[in-house]
Design a protein around this ligand. Sequence first.
Ligand code: PRP
Length: 208
Amino acid sequence: MVLPRQPGVAGLTDDDERIALVAIRGNSPGPAGWQKLISEDQLREKIAEIGAAISRDYACLNPLVVSVLKGSVVLMADLMRAITVPARFDFIAISSYGPGQRPSGVVRIMKDLETNVEGQHVLVIEDIIDTGLTLNYVLKMLRQRHPASLAVGTLLNRPARRLVDIDLKYVGFDLPDKFVVGYGLDYRQKYRNLPFIAELKPEITALN
Ligand code: PRP
């Protein structure tokens, strides 16, 4: 299927999006430019695995699990229910990119943690790690607050774009250098509500 598109109009039209989302949600091959990469079942299975590993590793540590908003909110909602040991949860909001898709190197805290992390076993949860710049900043900031331990888990890891080394304790899936949306990840604040991970191909993203 080829998406109808008005020539000269930047981005997808509302109709383009409706057609694409209906097709891809319904497991049909999907319109040009879209491809389901990680299914709901694969996500469920992987999150159960990571939850079990965290529950084992942090059994007696009462960890503070920190979610970096907004992308990791869907993951956090599922992962926290897969963690079977006592744990606490908090949220931090960081702005890492400007309006485009490229890392700007500018990282700002939009919302800080409400928990004092000093002496706590802190596990930071991300939806995706690309350049590592965002997380590098968050980790530096948290280290200055003297946690007892500090570790990172990410659902998606895209090493091809890495600019800073990050030690990852839990990784869901290694991704090739593809642009992905869904399960919390957005393209211009859209598609976070897809229950799976889909690739948005360059013929779509290049429109903007
Ligand atoms: C995404 C993602 C990570 C960051 C990873 O957040 O959730 O926080 O980018 O990129 P990096 O490794 O290149 O730093 P984004 O800034 O898109 O905000 P969002 O979570 O609100 O979608």
